[in-house]
Design a protein around this ligand. Structure first.
Ligand code: A2P
Length: 343
């Protein structure tokens, strides 16, 4: 792998900080790094690869000379600044939803559809965190037995709403334990000791934008434009890791044993499925880990040729930062960015 000049937009945020630590952990070959955020953070310092790096305001000029730019600073920032980075010859790896459904933008989970990276024209999107956690289980099963229908209910952690989501959950929890009122601003109601069937915004069809993202992104990544997918996205009082109950209808009957074998062989997936010994994936166990964990694999009693399963992944790592870094690694391996190999 050749080295790259990188920039991280949103370096001070929940996902951006994990991008920095994953780049370090994986020994990503960085020639030069610029850490970017809003003007509020300009001048602060963040530790990175043994140095203290001064955070700069993200402006178009900050992308000069960059090979790869990671964006995790919200859709509005990506919408306005990602084209500026691409215009200057960088390849953008964008964690926001801004570009995901653009037909010119590959939407990539490297274990699932790495080949789509070759079609990029300056911006590559990393999917929604819940989509990634589900598709790490669906993709290998689909290769073994075509999937015909998917119904999913999520149990999403507070960090899906960024650092402010986790802060709010802790503040509310302390307040309620002290018998004080729990204030909600990031979430529509107090999340502490509660379950909210409301992630992002409602649309006229009664679904939320998060649910529609999961549905559309699944179809795009799996190259199955007509796949019926229905999601209910729910926020739970967990700091990190998204859990999902997934119900899958297949073309042919598939036994839970076969599904376990298929999933066990897929890179990035670990099966924990021994209910007699209370063995199943837990959010607290998945937090801080790179794998997506799958368990509770059983025949679905309501679907034809159906299986039900429980999948859990760290939404900040595989659901966001790790997936973005893996995309960048693919870019270097495919010589699509870095050391003068860029666009
Ligand atoms: P800042 O810390 O300066 O506000 P999170 O997802 O945890 O809420 O983090 C959001 C990230 O996006 C932070 O790093 C934040 O920087 C950054 N950010 C927010 N607005 C902008 C902007 N207009 N330009 C660049 N970065 C931004």
């Amino acid at each position: 792998m050749s080295g790259a000049n990188i920039a991280v937009v949103g370096a001070t945020g929940a996902v951006g900080r994990v991008v920095l630590s994953i780049l370090e952990e994986r020994g990503f070959p960085v020639e030069r790094a610029r850490l970017l955020a809003s003007s509020r953070s300009a001048g602060t310092k963040l530790p990175f690869m043994g140095d203290e790096v001064v955070v700069e305001e993200a402006t178009p000029d900050a992308f000069e000379g960059a090979d790869i730019v990671f964006f995790s600073a919200g859709g509005g920032t990506s919408k306005s600044l990602a084209p500026e980075a691409a215009k200057r010859g960088a390849v953008v790896v964008d964690k926001s939803s801004a570009w995901r459904m653009d037909p010119a933008v590959p939407l990539v989970i490297p274990e699932v559809n790495a080949g789509d990276i070759d079609e990029h024209s300056g911006i590559i999107s990393s999917p929604n965190c819940s989509t990634i956690v589900m598709l790490m289980a669906l993709a290998p099963l689909h290769r073994a037995n075509p999937i015909r229908r998917v119904i999913v209910d999520t149990y999403q952690s507070a960090s899906g709403a960024g650092a402010k989501g986790v802060d709010e959950l802790y503040r509310q929890t302390h307040a309620m334990l002290d018998d004080r009122a729990a204030e909600a601003s990031t979430f529509p109601y107090p999340l502490a000791f509660n379950v909210l069937p409301h992630v992002e915004e409602f649309t006229d069809d009664g679904y939320t934008t998060e649910e529609t993202k999961m549905e559309n992104e699944t179809r795009k990544i799996m190259h199955l434009p007509d796949l019926p997918v229905s999601a209910t996205c729910v926020r739970v009082p967990v700091p990190v890791s998204h859990s999902e109950a997934v119900h899958i209808e297949f073309e042919h009957v598939m036994s839970p044993e076969e599904a376990r074998d298929v999933l066990s062989e897929f890179p990035g997936v670990r099966v924990i499925d021994d209910v007699a010994a209370k063995g199943y994936p837990l959010a607290g166990f998945a937090a801080g880990k790179d794998d997506v964990f799958v368990g509770r694999i059983r025949t679905d009693r309501a679907l034809t040729n159906g299986l039900s399963l429980w999948t859990v992944g760290d939404n900040l790592r595989k659901g966001a930062a790790l997936n973005a870094v893996q995309i960048a690694e693919e870019l270097l391996e495919r010589r699509l960015a870095g050391n003068g190999n860029g666009r």
